[in-house]
Design a protein around this ligand. Structure first.
Ligand code: GDP
Ligand code: IMO
Ligand code: MG
Length: 448
């Protein structure tokens, strides 16, 4: 079955909302799943009949043999990480051959990026960002500084050529700013060039590929990484990642125009988590944070770090809906709240004598905000949501909680997720996504 339009799937909080699960669920309706930004800082989990797959660079549509996956120009690619991911999929019987493309314009993460990041985090001390240590930020810095190495550059490692000159200059800069043993640029060049034979069959002009796909009216799912609050422009700067996790990143990161976007699905957890440093207004104290962490298995899919846990922040979600023009929401991990007697929802930020309905721009102001909470009854002891696949089977208090989140969030909830497995999902038939999926036509007969 093929969707009758293209859909962007984006995180509406601080990442780890369950994008991987939702992208995998929707993928069979799409011909192509394309990643627009971020790198292997992302960890997107897909669980199928108890088998867990964690995707970092490869789009979460890869488990479906009919889907082609695209890594766009806006992604930063560590070739070793990409190969490791391909190898892991192969080891589990999943063949990516012929259906994984990498943009020749994507920037490459090289070993000096990781060294520069480690030194920068050390220098920041208590103010460190708490990055994933993958070299993401410094690779994007080189891109903006116009000295980055792009995938296409790896094709030509001749002495005196562009790649050699770039790596020599970048390694010299790294050796000036990072303490400890110097890197040998020739070794870095040799390793970088060494990936080309394996990488080159995947390399393509992915913007052209997407353009042709869209022209042929084959539907594309655009997969975002991270989330709105980690966006370099709209997030809690400087405690953000170094790319646009919001909707504009889809267009710049894939070379597609805005008219390619027929819908924007925001993924939200029924509570909030954040991994790494930075302000988090609704963060819970222990021991409740610890209980949510255990129930929700809130440990980073990339780094294994414990995630900070907090109440649902409707200010942040409403902001994400507005900034991205989200047309629908998928609400995940409702089941994690099954054991709570009482739930809180942040409806505003109190600062001085005022209640703000939008997140303030600076972290100083954000840190000075007190969440304004509204309390709702939980459903502990009065039914469970875990594994429920028919909305009518949800406890009444869970339905009331969802209705309140939907009203405060400002976009219709189309998907409710009640467990990590692909099947533990409710797609509302009368929602934008539900109607869309219902309108899917058999492959070959599609029209838009
Ligand atoms: P992503 O980065 O947005 O793709 O999210 P992650 O994969 O990093 O984190 C989401 C985690 O929650 C993963 O371990 C998922 O398997 C899990 N998950 C997703 N949806 C649900 C759900 O509805 N209930 C529960 N209990 N776990 C879920
Ligand atoms: P997915 O796609 C959650 C966080 C890091 C750190 C900040 C900057 O799985 O939702 P970076 O290494 O990107 O420079 O780190 O961003 N971060 C994520 N948090 N989910 C992610 O991706 C993240 N990718 C980066 O923890 O706070
Ligand atoms: Mg994740």
């Amino acid at each position: 079955m093929i969707a009758t339009g293209n859909l962007a799937v984006l995180g509406a909080q601080w990442g780890d909302e369950g994008k991987g699960k939702v992208v995998d669920l929707l993928s069979p309706a799409f011909a192509v799943v394309a990643r627009s930004q971020g790198g292997h800082n992302a960890g997107h989990t897909v669980v199928v009949d108890g088998d867990e797959f964690i995707l970092h660079l490869i789009p979460s549509g890869i488990l479906h043999p009919g889907v082609t996956c695209v890594i766009g120009n806006g992604v930063v690619v560590d070739p070793a990480a990409l190969f490791a991911e391909i190898d892991q999929l192969h080891a589990r019987g999943l063949d990516t051959a012929g259906r994984l493309l990498v943009s020749s314009r994507a920037h490459v993460i090289l070993p000096y990026h990781r060294d520069i990041e480690a030194a920068a985090e050390d220098r920041l001390g208590a103010q460190r960002i708490g990055t994933t240590s993958r070299g993401i930020g410094p690779s994007y810095e080189d891109k903006a500084g116009r000295c980055g190495v792009r995938i296409g550059d790896l094709a030509d490692a001749r002495p005196g050529g562009r790649l050699a000159a770039l790596i020599e200059a970048n390694v010299a800069e790294r050796n000036r700013t990072v303490a400890g043993p110097a890197l040998d640029w020739r070794a870095v060049l040799e390793d970088a060039a060494g990936v080309w034979p394996r990488l080159s069959p995947l390399v393509a002009d992915t913007s052209r590929y997407l353009h042709d796909t869209l022209e042929a009216r084959r539907p594309v799912l655009f997969e975002g990484a991270q989330g709105t609050m980690l966006d370099i422009d709209h997030g809690t700067y400087p405690y953000v990642t170094s790319s646009n996790a919001t909707i504009g990143g889809v267009c710049t990161g894939l070379g597609v125009g805005p008219r390619a976007l027929d819908g924007v699905l925001g993924i939200v957890k029924a509570y909030t988590t954040r991994v790494g440093e930075g302000p988090f207004p609704t963060e819970l104290d222990e021991p409740l944070a610890e209980r949510l962490r255990e129930w929700g298995r809130e440990y980073g899919a990339s780094t294994g770090r414990p995630r900070r846990c907090g109440w649902f922040d409707a200010v942040g979600v409403r902001y994400a809906v507005r900034v991205n023009g989200m047309t629908a929401l998928a609400m995940t991990k409702l089941d994690v709240l099954d054991n709570l007697d009482e739930l809180r929802i942040c409806t505003g930020y109190r600062r001085g004598g005022r209640v703000l309905i939008d997140p303030p721009a600076t972290i100083g102001e954000l840190a000075a905000c007190e969440p304004v909470y509204e309390t709702m009854p939980g459903w502990a002891g009065r039914g469970r949501t875990a594994g429920v696949t028919d909305e009518r089977d949800l406890p009444a208090a869970a339905r009331a909680y969802l209705a309140r989140l939907e009203a405060l969030g400002g976009a219709p909830v189309a998907i409710i997720s009640t467990g990590s497995d692909r099947g533990e999902t409710i797609v509302r038939p009368d929602s934008p996504i539900g109607r869309w999926l219902a309108a899917c036509v058999p492959a070959g007969e599609h029209t838009r």
